[in-house]
Design a protein. Structure first.
Ligand code: CP
Ligand code: NVA
Length: 308
């Protein structure tokens, strides 16, 4: 995994093999059954949590997870360390490595987590960058597997912006043999390099990974996923995106096209009435709060695999 060969980092879904992802999901399922086991695999260990952006789920699930594993987490707000302004990313990585056992970071540019990993001597976890959100994808695949009993051979559809969440899902689906279609308005496709790499991996695993502008491509889909039209940092584009994305949403029409049993997913936070309507988000098919819960179990499993 990752950049620094001496340490395993989790910056991308591609930092794990399919076997490793499956092992993490299995551990996550076991931890879900028994969240506070007798054995405390991260007893006395400390996680530093660097945030350049806001968060509810990521902060609370990582912090709670460390408590349940016997360790401790330190929240470093955007104003605390002022990554790159008060101090260089290199110096932060080197300093934190002298204190803590794990670092997680939510950043704007993906290059910041890469830089942290380059200089840290402890594992670095990407807790969302503008390029990927791999912790979210772990929880999502745990959720899909629980609802559908398998991952390989399913057809997942992501409708909306070809963003960080879409990238991690594409990589994960490709590795795990799940067919995956990303449906976006023109000019908002996932990055071309991600499409190419995911398609190449999919060719080995039997997963068809594709992108389209055609909303009918979700016909018969087993999984429907959406995310906000404007991600954190894109607030200035929100009004324009609202106009461009208006049909790229999960609503009653989408549900008619997909399989009647299709699992509805959203990483949250949601903008109800935009990318998903409230009524659809509350259907029995919706697993959005299972996803939120599984962030806790999946990240605990990840931390045990990296630092246990
Ligand atoms: N899904 C997710 O990462 O939520 P937060 O932004 O609240 O952490
Ligand atoms: N794509 C969204 C995900 C939020 C969890 C963002 O980056 O803001």
């Amino acid at each position: 995994m990752g950049v620094n060969l001496k340490v395993r980092h989790f910056l991308s879904m591609l930092d794990c093999s399919a076997e490793e992802i499956t092992a993490i999901l299995d551990t996550a399922d076991a931890l879900k059954k028994q969240p506070r086991g007798k054995d405390l695999p991260l007893r006395d260990k400390t996680l530093a949590m660097i945030f350049q952006k806001p968060s509810l789920r990521t902060r609370v699930s990582f912090e709670t997870g460390m408590t349940q594993l016997g360790g401790h987490a330190i929240y470093l707000a955007p104003t605390d360390i002022q990554l790159g302004a008060r101090e260089t990313t290199e110096d932060i990585a080197k300093t934190l490595s002298r204190y803590v056992d794990l670092i997680m970071a939510r950043v704007f540019g993906h290059e910041i987590v890469v830089e942290l990993a380059k200089h840290a001597t402890v594992p670095v976890i990407n807790a969302l960058s503008d390029f990927e959100h791999p912790c979210q994808a772990l929880a999502d695949f745990q959720t899909i597997r629980a609802r559908k009993g398998k991952l390989a051979g399913l057809h997942g559809c992501f409708i909306g912006d070809g963003n960080n969440v879409a990238h991690s899902l594409m990589f994960g689906a490709a590795l795990l043999g799940m067919n995956f279609t990303v449906i976006t308005p023109p000019a908002y496709e996932p990055k071309a390099a991600v499409c190419k790499q995911a398609e190449q991996i999919g060719a080995q695993t039997g997963a068809r990974i594709s992108t389209t502008h055609d909303l009918n491509a979700c016909r018969g889909a087993d999984v429907l996923y959406t995310d906000v039209w404007a991600s954190m940092g894109q607030e200035a584009e929100a009004a324009e995106r609202k106009r461009i994305f208006k049909d790229y949403r999960i609503d009653a029409e989408t549900m008619k096209r997909a399989d009647r049993q299709a699992v509805i997913l959203h990483c949250l936070p949601a903008h109800y009435g935009d990318e998903i309507d409230y009524a659809t988000s509350r259907l029995p098919n919706s697993a959005i709060f299972d996803q939120a819960e599984n962030r806790l179990h999946a990240q605990k499993a990840l931390m045990v695999h990296l630092a246990g």
